[in-house]
Every structure is written in structure tokens, then in C-alpha cells.
Design a protein around this ligand. Structure first.
Ligand SMILES: Nc1nc2c(ncn2[C@@H]2O[C@H](COP(=O)(O)OP(=O)(O)OP(=O)(O)O)[C@@H](O)[C@H]2O)c(=O)[nH]1
Length: 284
């Protein structure tokens, strides 16, 4: 199922998140390491009020390590706890648990100071569609709790999960909508598969990716498709990829939709190498 973010859906999602927030001591916000700011929800900060939050940058295995390190510094500089993870790496899951325990302990210490009996801290996971919420919950629970899909919009129901360590996690993640006010944000989200492929013209999304790669990842572009960084006409780039990869129509002309589809598949499967589509300096 794919979520269409109509105002009614947004209001309902926001209400659900606000209700669940009352039950937790802190939140774990998931962002995509390939576009950490674009994959944040614009309203979360308002909804959160004073709740502490930690950031988990998901899918670091698909992102550029050097830029992930820059993003971690960016978040740390703002006083936030942040970790970058590959959900399939046990050591990374351990780091999430350690960081969450640290957040939980801060809360417990405050309760103790107030003379209130300490209890395990409670947390919930929040993030935009397809960022990896259900997968992370399953890893933290060490069993299958939530339904996982490779398409945006597959998540449901709720109970508390006792995570190894000293905190409890709401098994239902909060789904928040992504922000679209900026065209570039839309392209990044489409490129990483957050928003429906039908929502933006695919060849525009792919032209954005290829141009970004020409500037930031020319070697990877050359290695996969033989494209030189001085080939700046996107038409030529598409034609060249189409010819090399046999994305042709029956008359032998290059099929642009096929080219766009194969580039996106390559990108999302990590076949273009590890790539991050925005840096902290793009955003200052
Ligand atoms: N490579 C990689 N893939 C990941 C990682 N985390 C999650 N995924 C994949 O991302 C896809 C989406 O994961 P889900 O857990 O369904 O995402 P979700 O946020 O619960 O999605 P919704 O239910 O749509 O809100 C799945 O194919 C996961 O296998 C990661 O760290 N690395």
C-alpha cells in the first residue's frame, strides 16, 4: 500500500503521533542517510515540544561514509544524539541500544531527583514512509513485530517491546509525511524511493541524480556507465547510457523511460556505489 498524503491523512497521522507521544519519554527519529535533512518531517519539531529526541540515520550502507560523518557532526553540533546505521549490522543495532539507554538514563535520573520511583524509559520510533521503521523495530525486539514492505506505507498496531538494555519501545512507529516545499527535496526523496515514482517525472528525477553525480561522484558515474564528467548535456548522457545498456525501442532509438528506470534501480540497489544526495554545506 502506498500512502497518498492528503491533508486528512496528515491530520490523522499527526493526531496519532501526538497521542502516542504522551506515553513516551523520548523519541527516536529515523532519517535516510542518503538525504538526512530532506527525509526529516517538517512538523516534527513542533509536535515534539520538549521531548528529547535522538536521530538514527538509516541505510548508511547505501550512503557515502565521508558525508555520513559530516552529518553526524552536524547533528552533534546541534546538541543531538545521532548514530548512522546499517540495520543488518548487529554492532550498529547495539549502538542504537546504547544511545537509547543513555537517553533513558537521563530521564530516570530526573525522576530520581524528583523522588519518583525509576521505571524503564519509554520510547517511540518516528519517521517518514519507507525509511526503515518496521525493520529497526524488529531488530530491536529481536523478532518479527511489524509488517515490513519495500513500498512506502506498510505499518500497523501496538504494544510495548522490552528491548535488551533498560528501555521499552512502542511497537507501532509514528509515520510522518515528508516535506515537499522545495523541488530539490522532492527529487532526493523520489531518488531514494520515499515517494511514489508516479509523483514526479522520472526522467527529471534521474537527470537530477546524474547531474549530482557528475559534480560529486564522477568516477562512479564513469565506472558504471562510461560517462565522462565533461558530457554536460543530459540528452547525450541519457542516450549514451541507453545505447550502452540496450535501453532501446523497437526502431533502435533510446527509450528514455527505460534509461530512467534502470538508473533508479541501480541507485537504489547501491550499484552506483555509495552515494549521499545532500551535504550539510548544501544546507548552510
Ligand atoms: N540497505 C538497507 N536497507 C534498509 C535498511 N533499513 C531498512 N531497509 C530497507 O528499507 C525498506 C523499508 O523498510 P521498512 O522497515 O518497511 O520501512 P518503514 O519505515 O517501516 O516503512 P512504512 O511502513 O512504509 O512507513 C525495506 O526494504 C528494508 O529492508 C538499512 O539500514 N540498509
Amino acid at each position: 500500500m502506498t500512502i497518498q498524503w492528503f491533508p486528512g491523512h496528515m491530520a490523522k497521522a499527526k493526531r496519532e503521533v501526538e497521542e502516542n507521544l504522551k506515553l513516551v519519554d523520548f523519541v527516536v527519529e529515523l532519517v535516510d542517510a542518503r538525504a538526512p535533512l530532506s527525509s526529516q518531517n517538517p512538523m516534527l519539531q513542533n509536535v515534539l515540544q520538549q521531548k528529547p529526541k535522538m536521530i538514527v540515520m538509516m541505510k548508511k550502507d547505501l550512503a557515502d561514509d565521508k558525508i555520513s560523518a559530516e552529518w553526524l557532526s552536524y547533528f552533534h553540533d546541534q546538541g543531538m544524539e545521532a548514530v548512522a546505521i546499517n540495520v543488518n549490522d548487529k554492532a550498529d543495532i547495539k549502538r542504537v541500544i546504547q544511545t537509547a539507554n543513555k537517553m533513558g538514563k537521563e530521564k530516570m535520573d530526573k525522576l530520581k531527583q524528583k523522588g519518583i520511583n525509576p521505571r524503564p524509559a519509554r520510547a517511540m520510533i518516528l519517521g517518514i514512509p519507507n525509511v526503515g521503521k518496521s525493520t529497526l523495530i524488529n531488530r530491536l525486539a529481536n523478532k518479527k513485530i511489524a509488517q515490513i514492505g519495500d513500498k512506502p506505507g506498510v505499518t500497523k498496531k501496538q504494544q510495548w517491546i522490552k528491548v535488551k538494555g533498560d528501555f521499552e519501545l512502542l511497537d507501532t512507529p509514528g509515520i510522518l509525511w515528508p516535506k515537499f516545499e522545495d523541488e530539490m527535496v522532492g527529487y532526493r526523496l523520489a531518488a531514494i524511493g520515499t515517494i511514489k515514482d508516479q509523483l514526479l517525472p522520472l526522467d527529471d528525477v534521474v537527470a537530477f541524480v546524474l547531474q549530482y553525480m557528475q559534480t560529486h561522484y564522477p568516477d562512479q558515474l564513469k565506472e558504471r556507465y562510461g560517462i565522462d564528467d565533461d558530457m554536460d548535456d543530459m540528452w547525450e548522457v541519457f542516450v549514451s547510457i541507453g545505447k550502452k545498456r540496450g535501453a532501446l525501442e523497437s526502431g533502435g532509438n533510446v527509450n528514455f523511460d527505460k534509461v530512467a528506470g534502470l538508473v533508479l534501480n541501480d541507485l537504489r540497489a547501491g550499484k552506483l556505489g555509495t552515494i549521499t544526495l545532500e551535504t550539510p554545506s548544501d544546507n548552510t
